[in-house]
Design a protein around this ligand. Sequence first.
Ligand code: DC
Length: 253
Amino acid sequence: MIEHTLEMKKQLFPFEERGCGKEELEHMGFNIAIDGPAGAGKSTIARRAAKELGFVYVDTGAMYRAMGLHILRNQIPREDEQAVAKACQDVKVSIAYESGEQQVYLNGENVSGEIRREEVGNVTSVISAYPKVREKLLHLQRNLAEKEDVIMDGRDIGTCVLPHAPLKLYLTASVRTRANRRYQELTQKGMDCDLEAICEDIAARDERDMNRAASPLRQAEDAVLLESSELGIEEVTSLVVGYAKERMRKGQE
Ligand code: DC
């Protein structure tokens, strides 16, 4: 585990800009933001890198998925922005860690397994474009990052949620590569699936995530680009860990 001294944090965070005092700074985490399209391997890489660095892994997609599940369960038309915003108003999404794994709760119920359904992913991709849905989760995400050393993955972490993160990464791979990986994953689980349909699904998600008005997916100007089409999990993880250690060292110099 890497220790982050107050001196280091002072150098890495523009804390005066954020109006933070010394006390707040002492409790502030060292944040790593990872963004990228669906299926680029963000969660696998972030989880492994977090383990190596002794950081907390925060999967923000899971929080959006919990909202998506709520909309699906309550049969609210996903295209009806007002109805979705209203339904999300009183929803409580929270996270906890059990044996180091993030668990997501929807109104007190652990929904970590159910949110992985394909159907939930599709609803989530539509409703996560609505500003009211995003607003609701923004505070939860920032609060977590202030308290802990986190690796947070999503679509808008470097551009919107943690704009001052000392390390930002943009992890991507071609649509074909991502579809192939998904296909392998599903067939290994014994599920019947069609590669072309997966390809189309991924391309449609990219289109929605990148072209929405509220916090679209894009590479932050100061993010490091990691193109993983030709790289394995181990290689990408060690690149991420390497960048993190380098940034932390720089903060100490
Ligand atoms: O990463 P994922 O597939 O679990 O994310 C599910 C959906 O949530 C995806 O369509 C995009 C959306 N999302 C988002 O808009 N912003 C984030 N920070 C994370 C996910």
